[in-house]
Ligand binder design. Structure first.
Ligand code: ADP
Length: 606
């Protein structure tokens, strides 16, 4: 078979030869996705560097001496200075030098170098080196945290510890225990393909796109869509290098196994004895995770479906109908409720197919376009999946149809009722643990598309969901963006994920997207709604909204940070947590900060 290439001749990396590559089964799909993205690209593939970023407070010669020291310990080929043109690439060929979806200047959030450890001992060595030279390091697993900062580091000139490139082994799959133990560079694609190869009756749980790191996504508290969709809740045991270089295993891994082996219960029981500490290593900068255990789901029957709702005002009623179904766990997975505009976006066609005007796409235009799609002229679309044997699925579907049937004009559809190229077929795969690429399609919405997620948590109550939706809609109209909401409902809460898709070559769009994010964070917080996750550059502002009792949570986080990381070397600023060396020195981008990120940058003026 010849190597698949896109229309621009780009070779798509294959998982058989590269840990971060695409599985052969998706090679053609990847080519098509890349070609579609290229057809929307007007910006040059790479940009000439203005400067090479150095760590703060470190001169060029001092940096070179420190880097040479690292090279002599790890091998020259495993330390790479970031001095070449910056290439944004695309999902399957993403950079580890900067945030490919830059919202500030492309040069901001760039590293000074990347280092590729081979094992945990080398990670410890790098951490000792960072402490010695007071150089901030920023760990990534795969670096595909797109929409949240990608592989960018908050403090420009940090050294990226790219763990995935050489630490990408599946260390164990325990078929009897239905669990696995992985290194940072294991993607959902890789874990899935390995389970298929071994013909094990197990499912993984993956997010919308399959190229991310299983470990990286979990520690950033990402979600997927099977009953195991809460990734952090389904992890079991971690190995970490602490910011001082000390090695720690959490959970039952803290107890040595017989004759020095791993503890046999490490992937069976999450807590150990004493405080359950794993949580503090998620969305934080307290440790570098080098191994992590996960539970896998025993395979089962499944049936995906779609329910459409006619009226815009049905939103509140739909959420009210979802709540009892979610609380009673009749809804099998983490279902999604999307606005109908998303049905246009997932066709992969640019918005200009339907509307060439500026600002938010008018409702009438959406209506007209949707009426020509399989969903028809509706307002909301619910994607769900039920699990178990056929009898269980049938009885659950009956309850679900009855509940949603009370909403006038709702329509229930199975994948067979929809054309073969409809998005539901890729949802059915994701919801049964098959990682795919289809979700890239909505990136064709605008040229040179990048995106930011605004992700507040809503109680599963119509009134609250509506309040959030109203704020988001009002502010998207003000700042001139389409509202692309997806509400992922777990049980008592929903992650309301609003996707701001912007042209990264257009400074005005970047400024407006930034303004929109900042105002949405403020306005939601005033009503008591907070984000579960955010892009690196909005982390300070989001962290600041968790201000109860004079910011008790922030102060607690800072106490832990300073105790564990006395030199503030590990990922300063991540999740709004700065070590004492950086704190209060102008790095924080808080509410009311008047800077123009594009013009003024995101670092303090020294
Ligand atoms: P993915 O490729 O799965 O999206 P990333 O590698 O981009 O994930 O990780 C998401 C974020 O989590 C990173 O930006 C980084 O801050 C943090 N992170 C990733 N891997 C590790 C790790 N092994 N140890 C500590 N933090 C990590």
């Amino acid at each position: 078979m010849s190597t698949p290439t896109s229309t621009t001749g780009a070779v798509i990396p294959n998982l058989n030869s590269v840990y971060s590559g695409v599985p052969t089964r998706l090679a053609n799909e990847a080519v098509a996705a890349k070609s579609r993205l290229d057809s929307q690209r007007t910006v040059r593939e790479s940009s000439v560097r203005k400067t090479v970023s150095l760590p703060p407070g470190i001169g060029k010669e001092q940096f070179e001496r420190a880097i040479n020291e690292l090279k002599s310990s790890l091998g020259r080929e495993n330390v790479e200075i970031n001095d070449k043109p910056l290439v944004d690439g695309w999902y399957m060929q993403h950079p580890n030098t900067h945030d490919a979806y830059h919202i500030a200047d492309q040069e901001d959030l760039t590293s000074s170098a990347a280092v590729y450890p081979a094992d945990t001992a080398e990670v410890q060595l790098i951490v000792h080196w960072a402490n010695k030279h007071k150089i901030p390091v920023y760990p990534i697993s795969m670096g595909r945290n797109i929409g949240y900062g990608g592989a960018g580091c908050r403090v420009r000139g940090s050294v990226i510890i790219d763990l995935g490139r050489r630490m990408n082994k599946i260390l164990n799959i325990d078929a009897d225990n239905a669990s696995c133990l992985v290194q940072p560079g294991v993607s959902y694609f890789a874990l899935y393909e390995e389970i298929q190869k071994r013909k094990l009756p197990l499912w993984i749980d993956c997010p919308d796109l399959g190229g991310g790191s299983v470990l990286g996504n979990a520690i950033d508290r990402g979600v997927g869509y099977t009953p195991y969709g809460d990734h952090f809740a389904n992890h079991c045991g971690m190995e970490l290098v602490l910011p001082t270089g000390e090695l720690l295993r959490t959970g039952m891994g803290a107890m040595p196994g017989k004759d020095g082996a791993d503890n046999p219960t490490w992937q069976s029981f999450q807590a150990a004895y004493g405080p359950y500490i794993d949580g503090i290593f998620s969305q934080s900068n307290y440790g570098i995770v080098t191994q992590m255990g996960f539970w896998l789901m025993p395979e089962t029957g499944h049936q995906s479906y779609m329910i459409t709702f006619k009226h815009e005002e049905d939103f509140e009623h739909i959420v009210e109908a979802i709540r009892p179904l979610a609380q009673k766990r009749i809804l099998g997975n983490i279902p999604q409720l999307r606005h109908v505009i998303q049905e246009l976006a997932v066709t992969g066609k640019p918005r200009s197919t339907w509307y060439k005007g500026k600002g938010k796409m008018p409702r009438e235009v959406i209506r007209e376009a949707a009426s020509k799609l399989p969903c028809g002229d509706v307002s909301w679309v619910f994607y769900g999946t039920q699990y178990g044997d056929q009898a269980t699925i049938n009885s659950q579907l009956k309850i679900i149809q009855e509940a949603f049937g009370k909403i006038q004009g709702s329509k229930f559809m199975l994948p067979n009722d929809l054309p073969p190229d409809h998005y539901i077929h890729s949802r059915a795969q994701v919801c049964s643990g098959v990682p795919v690429l289809r979700e890239l399609d909505w990136l064709n919405w605008v040229p040179n598309a990048a995106h930011l997620f605004f992700s507040p948590i809503s109680p599963t109550k119509g009134k609250d969901a509506k309040a959030i939706h109203s704020v988001i809609t009002k502010l998207h109209t003000k700042w001139g963006f389409d509202v692309l909401p997806t509400i992922c409902i777990a049980s008592r809460e929903g992650h309301y994920i609003s996707n701001i898709v912007y042209n990264r070559a257009d400074e005005d769009e970047k400024r407006r997207a930034t303004g929109l994010m900042r105002e949405m964070i403020n306005e939601s917080a005033k009503l008591g709604y907070g984000e579960y996750r955010t892009h690196l550059l909005f982390a300070d502002q989001v962290a600041e909204t968790y201000s109860w009792n004079n910011g008790a949570l922030r102060r607690f986080n800072e106490s832990i940070k300073d105790a564990l990381d006395p030199n503030s070397i590990l990922a300063p600023g991540r999740n709004g947590i700065w070590g004492q060396r950086f704190r209060g020195k102008g790095w924080e981008i808080l509410k009311g900060d008047q800077r123009d990120m594009l013009k003024d940058g995101v670092a303090p003026k020294l």
